[in-house]
Design a protein. Structure first.
Length: 250
């Protein structure tokens, strides 16, 4: 898919050019964009791991045990997944009748505000090349106790060659546009005066598929196969935009 735009030839008098300091030669300015669709080769899956206990150590231990089970399960789907921790938090748990207000006067952890337990939460992110299995990874993570597992995004690990292809296509189309303008205007197209890359190199569009789950504990071995999620992500569209300035032959 391509989108193209072109500007009509601009003829500027020498007197006007002298006032602005611009190049006095008349020119044709063409802006052309090429969009190259490519299948993504990376997927990011994220989830949280929750643990509870009467003490902070018990809560952290429960969280780590669940995390290890999830990582082991995901390794069976994607060989060598890049699993990273994003955030760890431990929170005190008090009775529901405790009206602690962090903006008010502090209160002792006694009576209704006595600490009755702890929670530990870990934010995880998995980067994998098993793009088509990302949905199944979400399914299995939910079974093994992950909280809010989801596919965050699909992306390309490298798009330099794709952008080079896009530049070549955009420049070829710019030349066709300039030649058409010259013929329609009854003028002769000259050489290229300048080329500008107007591309924005930010992140491309991505799919977002959300599956939430909260499992109590991993099932006893041997577990059944994970629920397969047939998934084919949409192509990543890499857009390249150029502006070409052509001289007009006298």
């Amino acid at each position: 898919m391509r989108r193209f735009a072109a500007l009509l030839p601009m003829f500027v008098s020498c007197a006007a050019i002298a006032q602005t300091g611009e190049d006095p030669r008349p020119r044709i300015v063409v802006t052309s964009a090429a969009t190259i669709p490519s299948p993504p080769d990376r997927a990011v899956v994220s989830f949280s791991v929750h643990g509870e206990g009467a003490t902070s150590d018990e809560a952290v231990r429960a969280m780590v045990t669940r995390r290890d089970a999830i990582e082991k399960g995901l390794a069976g789907i994607s060989a060598g997944p890049d699993i990273r921790a994003a955030q760890v938090a431990i929170a005190e748990v008090r009775g529901r009748d405790c009206n602690r207000n962090i903006y008010g006067n502090p209160q002792l952890s006694t009576g209704e505000c006595a600490i009755v337990g702890y929670t530990a939460d870990l934010q995880m992110e998995v980067r994998t090349t098993a793009v088509n299995e990302a949905g199944t990874m979400v399914s299995l993570a939910g079974r093994l106790g992950a909280t809010n597992p989801r596919i965050e995004r699909f992306f390309l690990a490298e798009d330099k060659e794709i952008r080079r292809r896009g530049i070549a296509e955009a420049l070829a189309e710019a030349k066709l546009q300039a030649e058409a303008i010259a013929r329609a205007s009854g003028i002769r197209l000259g050489s290229i005066l300048s080329v500008s890359n107007l591309s924005f190199n930010g992140p491309g569009p991505y799919d977002e598929i959300v599956t939430t789950a909260r499992a109590s504990a991993p099932p006893p071995p041997p577990p059944p196969p994970p629920v397969a999620v047939g998934l084919k992500p949409r192509a990543i569209e890499t857009q390249v935009k150029v502006q070409v300035v052509y001289a007009i032959q006298p």
